[in-house]
Design a protein around this ligand. Sequence first.
Ligand SMILES: Nc1ncnc2c1ncn2[C@@H]1O[C@H](COP(=O)(O)OP(=O)(O)OP(=O)(O)O)[C@@H](O)[C@H]1O
Length: 313
Amino acid sequence: MIEARKLAKHYGEKTAVSEVSFTVKPGQVTGFLGPNGAGKSTTMRMIVGLDRPSSGDVTVNGKHYAEHKDPLHQVGALLDAKAVHTSRTAYDHLRAMAATHSIPLKRVHEVIEMTGLGAVAKKKAGGFSLGMGQRLGIANALLGDPQTLILDEPVNGLDPEGVLWVRNLVKYLAGEGKTIFLSSHLMSEMAQTADHLIVIGRGRIIADAPIAELISGNSIQKVRVRTSQTADLTRLLASEGVTIGANEPETLEVTGLDSRRIAQIALDNRVLVYELAPLNASLEEAYFDLTKDEVEYHSHVESGEPTLITEGK
Ligand SMILES: Nc1ncnc2c1ncn2[C@@H]1O[C@H](COP(=O)(O)OP(=O)(O)OP(=O)(O)O)[C@@H](O)[C@H]1O
C-alpha cells in the first residue's frame, strides 16, 4: 500500500508536484498516467526516498521508505533502467545487490530466469539493448520479492513478447495481493493492464478511479448504424437532437441516443437497419479529454514540421 498525503515537490520556482494525495491499494494494478512533465517520475522518486518532498508525506506499507529495515522486501522499483554499472555483468549486478541485502543467490538465478535474461546474464550491462536493460531493471526490482512494485515506463523498449510478459507478470503479482504502481505512455497497454488509474497533470491529480469508470465518464458514447436509408434515418434522428457523423457509405455514427432508442425509431418508421453497434470508447479518448487543458508540451504540425511549444512557464 502506498499512501501520499499532500505530497509536493518544488524545484525553485517550478512546481513539479503540487500537494497530491492518493492511495495505491494492494491486489490490483494501478496505472499512473499523465503528459510529459506532469510529475509522474518525481512522485515515484519521492515514494522511494530518491527525492525529498518539499512538503507533505508518503509512506509505503505504513512507513517511510528509509524507515524499512528490509527495503528490498518491501518495495521493488524500476525508475531508471540505465542506473547500473555499465562494466558489470547483469549477473554480477544482481549478485552484488542480493549480497548487500541478505538475499540468497538462489533468488538471483530465479529473477534471471523470470525476466528472460539467461542468455545475456554474463554479458556487461553497458552493451545491453534498451529492452534488455529494462529486463535487468525489472529483475532488480523483483529481487527482494517485494510487497510493493513501482515501475516507471516498464515496457519502454520491450518487444511485443516483452510487453505481454510485463502485463502478465504485474497482473499475476497483483493477484497474489501485491501492490503494483506503474506508469506508461502506451494507452492501449495501460487499458489492458491496469485495474485502476491515477491521472496527473501539471503536478495535480485530475482523476483517480477504476479504469472502466474513467473511460465511461470521460468519453462520448457513440452508436454505429448501418442502413441503406441513411437520409430517412438522419431526418428522423435529427428531431431527437443527436449528432450524426457519416464517414462511410450506408453508415451513420450517432452520438446522443442509445442503440435501443435508435432501433425503436427505425422500427416505428419502417427503416431497415442491418447493424447497430455501440462503439466502445477507448482509454485514449478519455485520457485526451481529461488532460486537454493539462498538457505542458504541445506538438504543432501545421507546417508539417513538429514544433515544441511550452505553456505556463
Ligand atoms: N531535478 C529537477 N530540476 C528541475 N526541474 C525538474 C527536476 N526534475 C523534474 N523537474 C521538472 O518537474 C516537472 C515534472 O517532471 P517529471 O519528470 O516528474 O515528469 P513526468 O510526468 O515523469 O514526465 P515524463 O512523462 O516526460 O517522464 C517537469 O516540468 C520537469 O521539468
